[in-house]
Design a protein around this ligand. Structure first.
Ligand code: TYD
Length: 140
């Protein structure tokens, strides 16, 4: 199992500027309010409510994920075996996911997921098999 000091997933509340009359803006900036510098953004949308996405962990990637619309639920398991559920139900609420975290993701109707990722896309750094994730977690 990985060391107890290994980073774990956590919610980061980003500031929001504005008012209910005018609407809001939320900002993510490298070196200011992000736990890492991001190199890549991606977003997912039109995910049917009965579809479970995720089903993987990353060897090297860190992410901050927002539900910019709708509600997105993450079931996570870190490399220590701790399981948690995080509900992204506000556009200013980010979920920090360090590397070596298995996740399943559920979407409400119309949910849009925005991810800020620390690295470019590399398929080889994905762990898409749960057993492999558990074995890998024991080795780090
Ligand atoms: P994946 O990360 O498995 O999606 P999810 O966690 O939402 O289920 O990615 C889905 C597909 O998209 C997979 O074939 C890899 C591809 N993909 C890229 O080509 N580049 C990217 O930056 C991302 C995030 C995915």
């Amino acid at each position: 199992m990985c060391k107890a000091t290994y980073p774990t997933p956590r919610i980061i509340m980003f500031d929001k500027i504005g008012s209910s009359e005018l609407g809001y803006i939320t900002i993510a900036e490298n070196q200011r309010n992000m736990p890492f510098d991001f190199k890549r953004l991606y977003w997912t949308y039109f995910t049917p409510q009965d579809v479970v996405r995720g089903g993987h962990a990353h060897k090297d990637l860190q992410q901050v994920i927002f539900a910019v619309s709708g509600i997105i639920t993450f079931n996570t398991e870190d490399c220590q075996g701790n399981k948690e559920t995080f509900i992204l139900d506000h556009p200013a609420k980010g979920l920090y996911i360090p590397n070596l975290v298995w996740r399943d993701i559920h979407f409400s109707h119309t949910a849009v997921l925005l991810c800020l990722a620390s690295e470019y896309y590399v398929e080889e750094e994905y762990i898409r098999n749960y057993r492999e994730f558990k074995n890998y977690s024991y080795e780090v």
